[in-house]
Ligand binder design. Structure first.
Ligand SMILES: [Zn+2]
Length: 145
């Protein structure tokens, strides 16, 4: 697995002019998955530490409001990172399914091939740039961004 991931980065510039290579796309999705899982693991460790620190604060007789506030902010940041990474994992899995089904790289809105540079930057992209813009306008995420 690790060897495959390394090869992807070396070859990433070679496929600009060629048709979408399913193996390469799969490698990119896997490599992205490894990265996102790393983010989730790191965020999990951070939030465990923040929770412990918060418990210590709460159990100590003397409160330190400033520190407490800092930790609350840290946990909130943490949560948005986790939410984002979790969403990304879902998207990566969906992209993997499209790859298996032979529809990877095709826009789910208009059915046209998605720009290769866009896929390179966002291997799990479902929509072409135009449809993504439409989608974002019509379906604002509750969390907002
Ligand atoms: Zn489209």
């Amino acid at each position: 697995m690790r060897a495959v991931v390394t090869v992807v980065h070396l070859d990433a510039t070679l496929w600009r002019d060629s048709d979408m290579d399913a193996d390469l796309a799969r490698s990119m999705l896997l490599s992205e998955r490894v990265r996102v899982e790393g983010v989730l693991a790191a965020a999990g460790r951070l939030s465990a530490r923040a929770a412990e620190a918060a418990e210590r604060e709460l159990s100590s007789a003397e409160q330190h409001p400033a520190e407490l506030a800092t930790e609350t902010i840290e946990r909130e940041l943490d949560q948005s990172v986790v939410n984002h990474a979790a969403t990304e994992l879902v998207e990566l899995d969906a992209a993997m399914k499209r790859l298996d089904g032979g529809t990877y790289g095709l826009c789910e809105g208009c059915g046209q091939p998605i720009n290769e540079e866009r896929l390179e930057a966002m291997p799990a992209a479902r929509y072409c740039v135009e449809d993504q813009a439409k989608f974002s306008r019509n379906h604002r995420r509750p969390a907002g961004r």
